[in-house]
Structures are given as structure tokens and as C-alpha cells.
Design a protein around this ligand. Structure first.
Ligand code: DOR
Ligand code: ZN
Length: 423
């Protein structure tokens, strides 16, 4: 195994030093003679990013993304682990499917792919999936989610929370009261009224989060809230956390940057679920991320084939790709707050997913060399044709964002060097 010395690197913004990687770990001895030198002057090292919410589309929609192409996009974005959502075809609701995704991730070998299992059979919201069999499978599933759909039935949600308590699992909820969002096309507000499009009201999210934190409190189980998008949701979470409810929450990069005004273009690239909200929601989400009411930035990377996205707004699938632009977007929103970025994009998601070996302390000799090197001074104008992902549905085409991922290492092996995926 090649040893590396990263010369003049800054760990999370600290004074430059040399970082030695040997046998897959951070070493405190000098590099041996055979070590490869990486000129890391001006680069910042972060623990490898961890995504709690990635749609990899395999099995079933390999034309949009595969475990391999999604793994490449993740590595290019500085990620070393991704949690693969269950809304594939067939749905990841059995030990067989989660093991298949896990095995494909191992074969690609670029990031650790941790499958998420469905909560209900076929995501249909009627009957619990075989949560125990998925937990004890080779994939060792710990997060369950019907993402794309809400577990709307409160009795099923309660049963799911009870079930996973035995192995300290977590239910990740896509919070959307379906009766309040029938026919919805975008955020319900001033812009939807102007455009004459059916609205997705903030309360459809907030009502489910309020219900679920009460259920999680009642059961004593762990709840994770996917893609929080409204100021009101932040207030519900703030109160629940103050009471000691075991709830964590994520926000996407797009909900931290973009607003519902973009829908006035009728460009379906901006169609996403939950929808883009207002500028005051964006402000509340940013503050919640800083305060820790929101624990994690998760991409909700949602690749879609051209024919599913480049059509009329009403027929377009919701979702945007996000793995390759997440860190630049967060840098543009938070600035170079490296400690905070490491916590929200690596350590906290690694803890929630139970991914030992990710989100480690790069200053500690013996830690896994699972890290990403970022050039914060570089700026990049997003060109969809440059994306590593198999899909091109980025809302940032033509936008100039700060920061470039120069290298990614997974347990001492480079997956990205000079900004290029190595395998
Ligand atoms: O915009 C979204 N796209 N939201 C979801 O909940 C699902 C996702 C997808 O699978 O495309
Ligand atoms: Zn979702």
C-alpha cells in the first residue's frame, strides 16, 4: 500500500503541516523513502464527507445512475460514504435487495455504500417491511426510510419506531402529509398564487414532524427528519430537542441556497420535493444549521434521465443531482467555517448512520486516512457536461461556486487525485 505525505496541508483551517498516510491510517512518524508527495499548500483537509441521503437508482433505473456512477460522483464531491435510499425498482424492502446494493458498492470500491431499507413493503405505506432481516443481513441496515413517500399512517410509524428500537435503528421520515399535498407542484405561497400552480403548504411538512417527534418521544426511539425545508419545521424541531426527544434532522444544499422564485422560469430543473421555499425559510434553515437544531447537510442527490426532467413542469420528476456541488454550495452559504462543515457534513452523519471509520479526527495518529482535500481559493462555474454523475439535472448550471475537491482518500487509498476520479 502506497504511503503519502500531504505537504503543507491545513487541518480544518489550522496552521499548515505535513500529514503522513501509511497503511491506510494517519501516521505520526516521518514518511518513508517511498512515500508519494502531494503538494497540499493552500489545501484544507476535512474528514471524508458522509451523505445520509443519496438516490443511486440501482436496481431499476440504471439509465439515470448506478451504484458505480453514483459512487464516482460521490468521491468527486469529496464523499467517502453515502447512504443509498430505498426507492429503487424493486424497492429495497428485503434483505436480498439491500445486500445487492451493498455488494455493488463494495465492488465499485470508491465510497462506502450503506443501504437504507424501506419502512413499508413496496413503499406502499400499508405493511412493515422485513426490517429485522435487513438489519441482520450482510448490509447491516440501521436506517429505514420510505423516502419519496411519507409514512403517513401514525400506527405504522409507531410500530416502525418500536421495531427498530431493539437494535438502535432510526426511522428517516420524508415528512409530507399526503392529503395536504395532493396535486401540488411547488411551494404554496405568493409565487404559486401568481403562477396559478397548486401549492405544497409548509404545514404539510410541519404537521408530520410534530406528530413524529411526539411518537418518537412516546416510544423512546430515534427519528431522523429528511430534507427539512421550512422555518416552522425548525421551530418544531427546536422545541422537541429542548425536551430531549431523540430526533435528528437534515437540510439539503438546495434548500440552503435556492428559493421558490426560481419556479417562475417554469424550468423543471427547479422542481424538487419538498419544494424550494421562501427567502425567510432559507434564512431560518441556515441559522438552524449553525445552531445545531439541524444536525446534518444531506444532498438528496436525485439523478433523473433527460426525458423525466426535460418536459413540462407538471410531468417532470422532482429532484436534482447534488453530490458534486454540495460542499461548494455549503461553502458559499457558511463561508470557511471548517469545524462546522466537518461536523455537519462528516461527523454528525457518520454518527447517525453508525459508520465507524468515518468522521474521524485527522489530527490523531491511527485514525483511518478517510479524508478529502479542498482548495477553498478555487472557484468553479458549474457545467452540467462536466458532471461525473450519469444524470445532468443540476440547478447550478452556469453558477460560479467556491471550492474545488482536489483529492479524496478512503482508508489511505486515493479515489480522487487532481480533481479526477482515479478508477
Ligand atoms: O425531489 C425528490 N426526489 N424528493 C424525494 O423525496 C425523492 C427524490 C427522488 O427519488 O427523485
Ligand atoms: Zn424525500
Amino acid at each position: 500500500m502506497t504511503a503519502y505525505v500531504m505537504k503543507g496541508v491545513s487541518l480544518l483551517g489550522a496552521a499548515p503541516r505535513d500529514l503522513v498516510v501509511r497503511d491506510g491510517r494517519i501516521a505520526d512518524e516521518p514518511p518513508g523513502a517511498g512515500a508519494e508527495v502531494i503538494d497540499a499548500a493552500g489545501l484544507v483537509a476535512l474528514p471524508g464527507l458522509v451523505d445520509l441521503h443519496t438516490h443511486l437508482r440501482e436496481p431499476g433505473r440504471e439509465d439515470a445512475e448506478t451504484v458505480e456512477t453514483g459512487s464516482r460522483a460521490a468521491a468527486a464531491g469529496g464523499y467517502t460514504a453515502v447512504c443509498a435510499m430505498a426507492n429503487t425498482s424493486p424497492v429495497a424492502d428485503t434483505a436480498g435487495v439491500v445486500e445487492q446494493v451493498w455488494r455493488l458498492g463494495r465492488e465499485a470500491g470508491l465510497v462506502d455504500v450503506q443501504p437504507i431499507g424501506a419502512v413499508t413493503v413496496g413503499l406502499a405505506g400499508r405493511q412493515l417491511a422485513e426490517l429485522g432481516a435487513m438489519a441482520t443481513s450482510a448490509a447491516q441496515v440501521r436506517i429505514f426510510s420510505d423516502d419519496g413517500h411519507c409514512v403517513a399512517d401514525p400506527r405504522l410509524m409507531r410500530r416502525a419506531l418500536e421495531y427498530v428500537k431493539a437494535f438502535d435503528g432510526v426511522i428517516a421520515q420524508h415528512a409530507e402529509e399526503p392529503r395536504l399535498t395532493e396535486g401540488a407542484q411547488m411551494h404554496e405561497g405568493e409565487v404559486s398564487t401568481r403562477l396559478g400552480l397548486t401549492g405544497w403548504p409548509a404545514v404539510a411538512e410541519e404537521a408530520i414532524i410534530a406528530r413524529d417527534v411526539l411518537l418518537a418521544e412516546h416510544v423512546g426511539s430515534r427519528l431522523h427528519v429528511c430534507h427539512v425545508s421550512t422555518a416552522g419545521s425548525v421551530e418544531v424541531l427546536r422545541q422537541a430537542k429542548a425536551r430531549g426527544v431523540r430526533v435528528t434532522a437534515e437540510v439539503t444544499p438546495h434548500h440552503l441556497l435556492l428559493t421558490d422564485e426560481l419556479a417562475t422560469s417554469y424550468d423543471p430543473v427547479y422542481k424538487v420535493n419538498p419544494p424550494l421555499r421562501t427567502a425567510s425559510d432559507v434564512r431560518a434553515l441556515r441559522q438552524a444549521l449553525i445552531d445545531g437544531v439541524i444536525d446534518v447537510v444531506a444532498t438528496d442527490h436525485a439523478p433523473h434521465a433527460v426525458e423525466d426532467k426535460e418536459c413540462e413542469w407538471a410531468y417532470a420528476r422532482p429532484g436534482m443531482v447534488g453530490l458534486e456541488t454540495a460542499l461548494p454550495v455549503v461553502l458559499s452559504v457558511l463561508g470557511e467555517q471548517w469545524e462546522l462543515i466537518a461536523e455537519r457534513m462528516s461527523r454528525a452523519p457518520a454518527r447517525i448512520a453508525g459508520l465507524a471509520g468515518h468522521g474521524g479526527d485527522l489530527a490523531a495518529a491511527g485514525s483511518p486516512a478517510t479524508l478529502t482535500l479542498v482548495d477553498p481559493a478555487a472557484r468553479r462555474t458549474v457545467d452540467p457536461s462536466d458532471l461525473v454523475s450519469r444524470s445532468r439535472n443540476t440547478p447550478y448550471a452556469g453558477t460560479t461556486l467556491p471550492g474545488r475537491i482536489v483529492a479524496t482518500f478512503l482508508r489511505g487509498e486515493p479515489t480522487v487525485l487532481d480533481g479526477k476520479v482515479v478508477r
